[in-house]
Ligand binder design. Structure first.
Ligand code: TH1
Length: 798
């Protein structure tokens, strides 16, 4: 039993609270309550428990006149919250018992909650882990984002191809949020700027309201709770009565529809930029609302305007909120009459920027005409910022160039610190995208390697391993993850290894049951579960994984009685709807799955499973059940990765390249517990300049050539030799991500993996040493790094 925080809460009290909410919040009696009703009454009862620590945290912050951190992010990939809150408050056993008394099953109720999928992938999930850690450490903080009506699309497969449908998490009431109609902020777009003496006045021609919705985020043991404030767009006037009275009903509701469009849907692009006007409006909408909101709070405390950086730290999660720079300058200069140079300086000391990618297509740039039309005053302020930067740094690096506004450069220039998200990535940021700016401001770029919250990504999702760790090193590790290193001394203990294997086995059985129940797929828990779960992207190279799968299938068919290691290849992930190549890769994986899973000679040795609609909740099931973690991106392309951390922590050794945080994971778990292969970032750059490198690599690899031939002749597409023509053309003649060059090295390393897996004791040692070595990757460590190196804030709880 965890040391429970709410000792005053016992099971009868929670039962009573649920029955009360059932009546008064849901208007139901127990006889007529549905799963939804019970789930809501549990969530509302748990939310009640968070309110006290939440108020207390706010009071402490005011009393201490503490510095607050504002984390601005377009994405927060929260997932479900019932289990999370119950665990953080230490009441999960009480909750399960209370439900049991009411004739309800805890697991079924928990599983009924829709995921809050307000993010695409790693960047959004990182923001959610950071919220958990900020509250656990006790740093006064707000997450600021958008309350999308529709989160990330739902993924279905039709004949193996991805089809998207709208996600609708708000079709039911969201139990965790508090609507704040009194917090409505006007956000302006368009119009022109006039000069009134020294003063610039922005006359906008469009206004929408940003209305706040607050979700309390309780940390470990409920000692502290912060706020996630999400903005919904509302019209200034609900409907146009004049049109209505004329009988023009559609025209009457136009203002409402237009305004609401802004917070309607999350852009489903991961790492690539979308040059859409609506996207720019979304970015300005939530950034401007957040800045106005935090300025109001700051001014209400009576501080001097110049002292803003002493009381406020604003973190920009990638460039999406980079408009915060000019917006803050606008408020300081135009509304509070600070001299322009001083306004820029104060804003810069307040702002910091995290870069999450080097991919050129992901560095946001806006057409200058569009930008100036929507944000005329900000356009002018950016020109002034640029001039100030030219004067100060004596560099030629521009913010506006060739008719484009470059948001990466803007964010850099307006931040006092810029951080990368892994050691390798931060070095590459200095050498590549921001080389010249780094030369001009050599102290600005620093590293903060990403992390994951151990509460969700071990304690909650892997109760079997949690229990073993508790038994072996005692409690307390969930908020002090480096303590996992104490497991190392148990790894040589055969009984410990036996128990470790049993935990993994039970997780694999749990996954097998779920696959059976949801998708009618049968998998053998004795086989190695080999997992690649992440967004589908060429640089992540799911293609190389499926090509290797086909090559293995060929080898098994050539020698069916060989000494093979049974494997289940598990894929999970979505492709951006407009990303044709990624969708073709999905189709290929499904085609190959169909063929292989129907082959009686190989299907017990090699199976491919690709469950639809991968999301946070599915990750919580797959990760504890995985044996092998696929982290096979082209070196230099994955900024960090965080799935790599989750899998290793839960006892899946990595097969991977020297990319992103893989490098540091390998250092921490030990090089002998990591399957390394492939070109390095420097090799990659060199190889690309060799003419015909892909063709040469294919010709040198009969195994790869055979696989590509099979795809080309329609082996996996019912004889349709056109289906993958574009994909194959890309592999032969372009192969920007060097699938061909790394293929043999990857295949051979996989056979090494097979060898180790056949020795259960050796494999368990390796898996357990992964768990024991991963303590450093807690997002608590990451947040402490931001707090000391960027924000200069200290926790308010000990
Ligand atoms: C991801 C990176 O690809 C990943 O390597 C990293 O672990 C994660 O961020 C957290 O740092 C990114 N996601 C996005 C999404 C968008 C734009 C850029 C990136 S980088 C929309």
């Amino acid at each position: 039993m965890p040391d429970t925080l709410r000792t005053d809460l016992d099971q009868p009290a929670l039962t009573q609270a649920m029955l009360r909410h059932l009546r008064s919040s849901l208007g139901k009696d127990p006889e007529h309550a549905t799963t939804y009703d019970w789930r809501m009454s549990l969530a509302l009862s748990l939310r009640d428990l968070v309110v006290e620590p939440w108020f207390a945290s706010t009071r402490r912050t005011y009393d201490a006149k503490g510095k607050r951190v504002y984390y601005l992010s377009m994405e927060f990939l929260i997932g479900r919250l019932i289990e999370d809150v119950a665990i953080n408050l230490g009441v999960e056993h009480i909750a399960a018992a209370a439900l049991a008394e009411l004739g309800q099953d805890y697991d079924r109720i928990v599983a009924d909650e829709p995921d809050a999928a307000l993010g695409n992938g790693g960047l959004g999930r990182l923001a959610a882990c950071f919220l958990d850690s900020l509250s656990t450490i006790g740093i006064p903080a707000y997450g600021y984002g958008i309350r999308y009506e529709h989160g990330l699309f739902e993924q279905h497969f039709e004949d193996g191809a991805q089809v998207e449908t709208a996600e609708k998490w708000l079709a039911q009431r969201h139990a965790w949020e508090f609507e704040r109609p009194e917090v409505s902020i006007s956000i302006h777009f368009g119009g022109y700027v006039s000069q009134c003496g020294e003063k610039s006045v922005w006359h906008s021609d469009e206004t929408v309201l940003a209305q706040a919705y607050d979700t309390p985020i309780a940390g470990w043991q409920g000692k502290w709770a912060n706020t996630l404030r999400l903005w919904a767009a509302k019209p200034v006037k609900l409907f146009d009565l004049e049109s209505f009275n004329r009988g023009d009903y559609i025209g009457a509701s136009r203002p409402e529809a237009l305004a609401r469009t802004i917070s309607r849907v999350l852009y489903p692009d991961d790492t690539t930029d979308t040059g859409k006007e609506l996207r720019l409006k979304q970015e300005y909408f939530f950034t401007a609302a957040s800045i106005q909101d935090l300025m109001r709070r700051f001014l209400a405390e009576g501080f001097e305007i110049d002292s803003l950086p002493d009381h406020v730290a604003i973190q920009l999660n990638d460039t999406h909120p980079a408009i915060a720079g000019p917006e803050l300058v606008r408020i300081l200069a135009d509304e509070h009459a600070l001299p322009m140079a001083r306004a820029i300086e104060v804003a810069r000391k307040t702002l910091a920027y995290t870069n999450h990618t080097l991919l050129p297509e992901a560095l946001e740039r806006w057409p200058e005409g569009l930008f100036a039309r929507i944000l005329p005053r900000h356009h002018r302020i950016i020109e002034i910022i640029q001039d100030a930067h030219f004067a100060a740094a004596g560099t030629k690096v521009t913010i506006i160039e060739h008719g484009q506004v470059k948001m990466g450069e803007l964010a850099f220039v307006m931040a006092h610190k810029v951080n990368g998200v892994s050691a390798l990535h931060s070095e590459l940021v200095k050498e590549t995208v921001f080389h010249d700016l780094h030369t001009a401001y050599p102290d600005r770029i620093i590293n903060q390697t990403n992390g994951i919250t151990p509460r969700r990504w071990l304690y909650s999702c892997n109760p079997a391993l949690r229990a073993l760790i508790d038994d072996t090193i005692g409690q307390g590790w969930a908020a002090d993850l480096e303590r996992l290193s104490e497991l190392r001394s148990s790894v040589e203990d055969a009984a410990f290894r036996e128990a470790y294997r049993a935990a993994k086995r039970s997780n694999k059985e749990r996954l097998a049951e779920w696959l059976k129940a949801r998708d009618r797929i049968t998998v053998n828990p004795d086989a190695m579960f080999d997992t690649q779960i992440k967004r589908i992207h060429e640089y992540k190279r799911q293609l190389m994984n499926i090509l290797e799968t086909i090559a293995l299938w060929n080898d098994i068919r050539d020698d069916p009685n060989g000494d093979w290691t049974p494997r289940v290849k598990i894929f999970g992930g979505k492709a951006a709807p407009g990303y044709v190549m990624a969708k073709s890769i999905i189709h290929l994986i499904n085609d190959v799955a169909k063929m292989l899973n129907a082959d009686p000679t190989t299907r017990d040795l090699l199976q491919v499973v690709y469950p639809e609609n991968y999301n946070v909740s599915m990750a919580e099931l797959l990760i504890p059940a995985s044996d092998l973690s696929e982290q096979i991106s082209t070196a230099g392309k994955e900024a960090s990765g965080t799935g790599n951390m989750k899998l290793s922590l839960n006892g899946s050794p990595t097969i991977g390249t020297l990319d992103g945080a893989n490098v540091e994971i390998r250092d921490h778990v030990g090089v002998e517990n990591f399957f390394l292969f492939g070109l390095t970032a420097r090799d990659v750059t060199k190889r690309r300049s060799v003419p015909g490198f892909a063709r040469a690599a294919i010709e040198a690899s009969p195994r790869l050539a055979r696989v590509l031939g099979q795809i080309a002749d329609g082996t996996f597409s019912g004889g349709d030799s056109d289906r993958y023509a574009a994909l194959l053309h890309n592999v032969w003649d372009h192969d920007y991500f060097l699938v061909t060059c790394d293929f043999d090295s990857y295949f051979n390393t996989q056979r090494e993996v097979d060898g180790v897996y056949r020795d259960p004791e050796a494999w368990t040692r390796m898996a357990a040493l992964n768990t024991a070595g991963m303590g450093w990757f807690s997002s608590d460590r990451t947040i402490r790094g931001y707090a000391s190196d960027i924000w200069n804030v200290r926790p308010l709880v000990v």
